[in-house]
Design a protein around this ligand. Structure first.
Ligand SMILES: Cc1cc2nc3c(=O)[nH]c(=O)nc-3n(C[C@H](O)[C@H](O)[C@H](O)COP(=O)(O)O)c2cc1C
Length: 161
């Protein structure tokens, strides 16, 4: 059964852009092998991730994620049976920093500070979808290792908030 989960979490001490790169590389490699797709966002403090695939694989990965000491306070924002994949082309994409991503975030949230913990599940999903349509689409696609973002780019993601 095709399943989609969206959760957010808080990075633990010492998790920086280099660590984020490693996480992204692991995700792309492993997810491609398990037919999992999705998107990961990081603003140097908070992670926001959508994962879609077979329910068993999604749940298994989520259990692994809960044990990962690089983040804490995982909160499921949405868990649903999906009719089709919204991130079919990406084993794990990321949203690059841009003014566009910031304005899209502001559109879906009542807060100016990036804080998915207080966002409603549908709003989070729609926001991630719109970010994908406008920004992530420019990145490399599935199975090809993605170019990792230059340091400044990710650090700037929502940092102006
Ligand atoms: C925020 C965050 C997102 C992650 N996303 C994924 C993912 O999509 N796929 C994955 O396999 N591992 C992901 N990981 C890493 C897993 O927790 C775990 O370290 C990894 O699956 C172990 O893979 P390995 O056995 O190949 O080293 C993520 C970790 C963090 C902190």
């Amino acid at each position: 059964m095709l399943t989609r989960i969206i959760y957010c979490s808080t990075a633990t001490e010492g998790v920086d852009i280099d660590e984020f790169r490693r996480i992204l590389a692991t995700a792309q490699k492993n997810n491609a092998a398990k037919d999992l797709t999705g998107m990961l966002m990081f603003n140097s403090r908070i992670f926001l991730q959508v994962l879609e695939g077979d329910r068993k694989e999604v749940n298994k990965l989520y259990n692994t994620l809960e044990q990962d000491p690089r983040h804490k306070d995982l909160m499921i924002l949405k868990y649903e049976r999906a009719e089709s994949r919204n991130w079919a082309e990406w084993s794990m994409s990321f949203a690059p920093a841009s003014e566009a991503s910031r304005s899209i975030y502001l559109k879906y949230s009542v807060r100016s500070q990036f804080n998915p913990y207080v966002m409603e599940g549908d709003a989070v999903e729609n926001m991630m979808q719109e970010l994908t349509d406008t920004t992530v689409a420019m990145e490399d696609k599935k199975a090809k290792p993605q170019e990792t973002p230059e340091k400044g780019a990710l650090a700037r993601l929502f940092s102006a908030s």
